[in-house]
Design a protein around this ligand. Structure first.
Ligand SMILES: Cc1ncc(COP(=O)(O)O)c(C=O)c1O
Length: 501
């Protein structure tokens, strides 16, 4: 392992000295190294960098490093091999966060028969020692935001003035109604949420009783699956293609399963497919005629990338009484704003508003006030177009590098969104299909986080096991570094390596 990466791993674990700290530098360094070995972040037989190089990288003396390594050797965690270096020994891995102990609170939660595999979702979210995080499908920083000339007093000028706008800040609701879908999203039926994820959660809270069915695609967004599971809903996968649910299969499933709602994404996470207008119209009619609701997640709808043009179509104009739209500023401005929305027909809107109050009474008035100022930016549309153009460049950069360096992998070029949905293919010539979860775990050990395909599959889905999702929202140098690490991880995986060695 190269010394910079090693020093970074150690640095993450190194405690700052407390006041009146008795433990020496060497002891604190030994603690950090021990944590790395015990957590499994350092695999057995990993050769540590030399004492001198490590001392330079960590800014400590060679003697301090030597004393830390001696302590570890005495505890049997590393082995000093004369003339060859210091190697990690195999130890029983302990997981200080305890994620592998099984689903926390599973017994107490009314999870339906085909519940989402929650432990995977949690493991996917586990903080790791990653250098590059392609698991996060996010705007990397706040640089898309315009500069604002705002004083604290301006930020405190909220509507209503008590800061508890249960449905949201009045001015923001007007602006988001335009953002959501001009003409079909009246502000009085728009509820401001803390990001789209809360929108999905509120939909599940407001609509589901344990055992209720929800139609989803065979590959879908895990945040919706988690919310459905949380309220005891049972996801039912319906065949779909790159334009969305297949209309006949959808109509049959509505008649057969009597779902409370169906979940669709006009720009799909993880595949990046963009739904066809005709398809949305057909789904709207099938939902209305079948007495169910279509929950349309428009979080990525404004990210149809050049040369294609958006925004992605909506079912709402065709069946406003049967469509609930969820949206967010997270992917077009910045996720840190935590501003999203839900637009719904009555009586669903009232139930959503009650669920919002049960959840947190109201979204932060300051975040909303900031969002009002950001949305008023006169260059908002031009900035957004520039972001789409940049995302297209990043997408093409990642696909180009993967095509060159990882020829076993395949994917359909995404038309929108922020991620590639990659099929890993076969693991080496003789072996069977690769496993996305196994590979994701190994890749993490190589310093790059990816999302295993399994989290995007409703229970029983066979379409996800050999997949991973890679986010391309990151700047090109980050993506290049990620591909180098992925290529190394894939070579190790194809040669029979696993995360556990
Ligand atoms: C389809 C979809 N829905 C919801 C969310 C959650 O977004 P937010 O940050 O607005 O909660 C995301 C984020 O990646 C998403 O891709």
């Amino acid at each position: 392992m190269d010394v910079e990466r090693f020093a970074m791993l150690v640095g993450e674990r190194l405690r700052r000295p407390r006041r009146n700290e008795r433990r020496s530098r060497g002891e604190r360094l030994a603690d950090a190294l021990e944590a790395l070995v015990r957590s499994g972040d350092l695999l057995p037989e990993t050769r540590l960098p030399s004492e001198r190089a490590l001392g330079v990288a960590l800014g400590v003396s060679r003697g301090t490093v030597a004393s830390a390594l001696d302590q570890l050797a005495a505890e049997g965690l590393v082995e000093r091999r004369h003339g060859s270096g210091t190697y990690v020994r195999a130890v029983e891995a302990t997981d200080p966060r305890g994620e592998d102990a099984g689903p926390v609170g599973a017994a107490a939660e009314p999870v339906g028969a085909g519940a989402v595999p929650e432990p995977i979702f949690r493991r996917w979210l586990r903080e790791g020692t990653v250098v590059v995080d392609l698991a996060k499908s996010v705007v990397p920083d706040a640089s898309l935001l315009p500069r604002l000339d705002l004083a604290v007093e301006d930020l405190l000028d909220v509507h209503p003035a008590d800061g508890y706008g249960h449905l949201g800040d009045d001015r923001l609701r007007e602006l988001l109604a335009v953002e959501a879908a001009p003409g079909t999203a009246p502000p009085e039926r728009l509820l401001v949420t803390s990001g789209a994820q809360q929108g999905l959660h509120l939909v599940a809270d407001a609509l589901l009783e344990p055992g209720d069915r929800v139609l989803v695609e065979e590959v879908t967004y895990p945040g919706m699956l988690a919310a459905v599971a949380r309220f005891g809903g049972v996801p039912v996968a319906v065949p779909s293609d790159r334009h969305g649910f297949l209309p006949d299969a959808f109509a049959d499933a509505v008649a057969r399963h009597r779902p409370v709602f169906a979940f669709a994404m006009p720009v799909h996470n993880p595949t990046g497919a963009v739904a066809a207008e005709r398809r949305m119209r057909a789904l709207a009619a099938a939902a209305r005629d079948g007495g169910t609701l279509l929950v349309e997640d428009r979080t990525l709808a404004d990210l149809v990338l050049p040369p294609h043009t958006g925004p992605a179509p909506s079912a709402a104009p065709y069946a406003p009484e049967a469509t609930v739209c969820v949206g967010s500023l997270s992917k077009t401005l910045w996720g840190g704003l935590r501003v999203g929305w839900v637009v719904a027909p009555e009586p669903v809107f009232g139930r959503l508003a009650e669920a919002k109050q049960r959840a947190d009474l109201a979204s932060s008035a300051l975040d909303q006030r900031l969002a009002v100022a950001l949305l008023a930016d006169p260059d908002a549309q031009a900035r957004r177009a520039a972001w789409r153009a940049e995302l297209a460049v990043r997408r093409d950069h990642l696909s180009g590098l993967l095509a060159e360096r990882l020829p076993d992998w395949s994917w359909s070029d995404p038309i929108g969104g922020m991620s590639l949905w990659v099929r890993l293919g076969r693991r080496g010539k003789a072996a069977g299909a690769a496993d996305g979860e196994e590979f994701a775990e190994l890749a993490r050990r190589h310093g790059v986080a990816v999302s295993p395909g399994a989290v995007f599959g409703p229970p029983g889905s066979t379409a996800v096991a050999d997949r991973i999702r890679l986010s391309y929202g990151w700047p090109e140098p980050v993506l290049s570094e990620a591909v180098t690490l992925l290529a190394r991880a894939w070579a190790a995986y194809a040669a029979g390596g696993t995360a556990r060695g």
